[in-house]
Design a protein around this ligand. Structure first.
Ligand code: PEP
Ligand code: MG
Length: 758
């Protein structure tokens, strides 16, 4: 073996010195870069790298390296337990390998250029129980490192741990004191990996979404245009025209919300006292712009202090309207929302109704710094094909307006101020990517497994605008129509007539097919802005879904009558209740449907006289009473999103507990299996409509327990059909048995992973 020029003592002293001069104002990356150079030099190693642990993503990120390709910094990421580096962090133990590539855990990253390094030594960097990162050295020679190197690196790692932790603390403190410079924000956010809520790709300037946005209203009178009362009337007229145009465009994309997004705008625009107040101020000597601002502020403060949630929501509409008038006074073109259109929107949180507004404003993409991928906002963004990534990084909210951002929601990456090269790469990829709609030609009318078992594919519909795609992709019907979305976008409960027209379109556009309408499923994360009844501390366990309907019988009956009337000519109608907890509740809801039919008959109103009545299985409480329910219900649909949430007590909208949201938990799998067995025994119709139904890793399991109906968002239909066509039922069943025999999460994961690798 070649004589090695190693010098542990000096190395320790040098790193110690370096660590001592690191302060929070220093850039951690440049400190780590100096460290890896020093370690490599003293150990005569060919490679030295530091991977820092990103707690929010549970991933190690290559942060500094000497020897590997510098372009890989920030890009190579490993989960705990993944590769030798991830295993070092997971087990909190050094790994010393004479030939790293022979270790079965070794993972090769092409972008790192590390194929020629044989010897491998990694030590964890930790502070108490806190994981900080991994320090790695590599060498071309076999068996280059020894136990003394391990000891030396461990000593260095403990020095680094303290230094890095202090630097991070100081940086956080600076942030809290608001001292963080824009440069620091960019440094921390250059490349972020988030969770994909709705796939796609977007490159656009950023803007931060705040619900009570005041900034635009703070105008500078000195820069107001010289305008007159006549200009004000002209601006008012122009604003009305532009809003009408915008409304027409919205109605193409969101028919159920047509006319209603801008109700408040039009109401105020036509309000005599609003106009008179402005005119009076102008006549008193204010400039038209200042007069508009002053009256708008007056309305805003009145609305903001209202005790009704519905009125408070209107503040945003007044701001928007005032800004449109102000822009028109300047002859500026302000066709749409001045802030959101064409932007990537960064939001602290969003209501589904915000989401619909954003869609109407044609935003390019969304970064949400809280929330979960099965939340309704995520589901809705998929329906509207707006790429959405969830990243638990509140610093995003501090990004200056207009920062160029690229979101790659195919793999969950966010690039802040990306280089030209990155943008080009994505544009090329985006152009070549086939749109889902173009796959219609390749879809078969019916779906079968490899061994010929027939499976039915249905569509989950959230918005009427999705029906076209569902038809093109040959959905055999609607397995779930979420009726709450028309309710969420409205400024008050839609009337029976309004609902009737919406549901009628559903039956017309899917004529002759199975249609499953779920009754109102509000609260939880689907809050009605106008209903103060939903202001609860714990809405997921509160008066939601069928409980809300049974407690507001008038609203429930109006909805049922609208459904029954809209389906008067339909061949089949399936009415489904959400979040049923007991046989008693199901019977009560079912009786109300019969009462509604009787009432409609008395009124001689045409309606469907024989609907199938079923329920969603979303709660573990149904496992023990499923046989009785199967005697009484016509059909069932399993809502795995809520079933997982309630079985595991994990809020599906809370990013902080998203790691606990495990559809593969043995209790979830076994619970589902028991339910399906009972329903199949009773020969009742059964489907799955939660997100698990389109996730390829769970499809064999669902088939294996007996599911033959899958209801998924239309854009997933091609992938689900392809996945099923490649599976044989016999194999899916034995795989399912293997999954069900596992008693631990880790055990199930091993079985799932072995399938993925096979
Ligand atoms: C579910 O819970 O799985 C479901 C389909 O209903 P939602 O996502 O609307 O709660
Ligand atoms: Mg649900």
């Amino acid at each position: 073996m070649k004589k090695r020029d190693r010098d542990h003592l000096n190395l320790l002293c040098d790193v110690g010195e370096l660590a001592a001069i690191l302060t929070g104002s220093d850039n951690i990356e440049s400190f780590l870069q100096r460290t890896v150079k020093m370690v490599a030099r003293h150990l005569d190693a060919h490679v030295c790298s530091i991977y820092l642990y990103d707690e929010s993503m549970k991933e190690l990120v290559l942060t500094a390296t000497l020897g590997l390709n510098p372009a890989a910094v920030g890009k190579i990421r490993m989960k705990l337990g993944e590769g030798l580096v991830g295993t070092t962090m997971d087990q909190l133990q050094p790994i010393l390998e004479g030939s790293g590539s022979r270790n079965p855990k070794f993972k090769y990253f092409e972008e790192a250029d590390e194929d020629r390094y044989e010897s491998f030594l990694a030590v964890p960097i930790q502070k108490g129980v806190e994981k900080i990162g991994v320090l790695v050295v590599q060498h071309e020679e076999f068996n280059y490192f020894n136990e003394i190197d391990v000891m030396a690196l461990r000593a260095i790692a403990s020095q680094l741990a303290g230094a890095i932790e202090n630097a991070r603390l100081l940086m956080n403190l600076d942030q809290q004191l608001g001292k963080q410079s824009v440069k620091d924000i960019f440094e921390g956010l250059r490349f972020i990996r988030g969770k994909i809520a709705a796939s796609g790709y977007a490159f656009a300037p950023s803007t931060v979404f705040r619900r009570n946005y005041r900034r635009l209203m703070i105008g500078d009178p000195a820069s107001d245009p010289h305008s007159t009362l006549k200009d004000f009337y002209r601006a008012l007229k122009m604003t009305g025209r532009q809003l009408e145009e915008l409304q027409n465009r919205v109605s193409e994309r969101l028919p159920e919300s047509a006319a209603l997004i801008f109700t408040a705008h039009f109401m105020i625009l036509k309000d005599e006292s609003f106009i008179t107040k402005i005119v009076t101020r102008i006549e008193e000597g204010l400039s038209p712009a200042e007069a508009v601002r002053s009256v708008a502020r007056y309305y805003i403060s009145a609305f903001a202090s209202s005790s009704h949630a519905y009125m408070r929501e209107k503040v945003v509409d007044i701001e928007d309207l005032a800004n449109r008038i102000l822009a028109n006074l300047r002859y500026k073109k302000l066709k749409d929302h001045p802030l959101m259109r064409g932007h990537i929107v960064i939001a602290p949180d969003l209501y589904p109704s915000d989401m619909l507004k954003l869609a109407s404003e044609d935003v390019k993409g969304i970064i949400l710094v809280s929330g979960g991928v099965t939340s309704h906002v995520s589901i809705l963004s998929r329906s509207m094909e707006i790429p959405l990534i969830i990243a638990d990084r509140p610093e995003f909210l501090n990004l200056p307006e207009g920062t160029p951002i690229l979101i790659d929601a195919e793999i969950g990456n966010i690039y802040v101020k990306p280089s030209k090269k990155v943008v080009q790469q994505f544009e090329t990829r985006n152009e070549t990517k086939k749109s889902v709609a173009s796959m219609a030609k390749t879809m078969s009318r019916s779906t079968k497994t490899k061994d010929g078992v027939r499976v039915r594919l249905l569509a989950n519909i959230n918005l009427l605008s999705e029906l076209g795609l569902a038809r093109d992709l040959k959905a055999e019907g609607v397995g779930l129509y979420r009726t709450e979305f028309p309710f969420l976008i409205r400024s008050s409960f839609p009337s029976e007539e309004e609902q009737y027209h919406i549901y009628k379109r559903l039956f017309e556009e899917m004529a002759g097919k199975i249609i499953t309408i779920r009754t109102l499923d509000v609260a939880g994360d689907k809050l009605l802005p106008y209903s103060d009844a939903t202001g609860e501390a714990n809405p997921s366990l509160g008066l939601r879904s069928i409980r809300f309907s049974l407690n507001h019988r008038d609203i429930f009956e109006q909805q049922l009558r609208a459904i029954l009337r809209a389906a008067s000519k339909a061949k089949s109608l399936r009415i489904m209740f959400p979040l049923i907890t007991s046989v008693d509740e199901f019977r009560e809801a079912k009786q109300i449907v019969f009462d509604c039919m009787n009432r409609l008959s008395q009124l001689h109103l045409p309606h469907h006289g024989n609907p199938a009545i079923g329920l969603m299985i979303e709660l573990p409480s149904l496992i023990e009473i499923i046989d009785q329910l199967a005697n009484e219900a016509d059909f069932f649909s399993i809502g795995t999103n809520d079933f997982v949430q309630y079985t595991l007590a994990v809020d599906r909208t809370n990013e902080k507990v998203s790691d606990y949201y495990k559809p593969y938990h043995p209790s979830v799998l076994r619970g589902l299996s028991k339910i399906v067995k009972a329903i199949v025994n009773h020969r009742k119709d059964l489907s799955v409509c939660g997100e698990m139904a389109h996730e390829e890793q769970y499809i064999p399991f669902l088939l294996g327990i007996g599911i033959r109906n899958f209801s998924v968002n239309p854009q997933f239909l091609p992938a689900v059909q392809k996945c099923i066509a490649n599976l044989s039922l016999v194999k899916a069943e034995s795989f399912t048995q293997a999954l069900l025999s596992e008693t631990t999460i880790r055990g199930v994961l091993n079985v799932l992973n072995s399938k993925r690798e096979s």
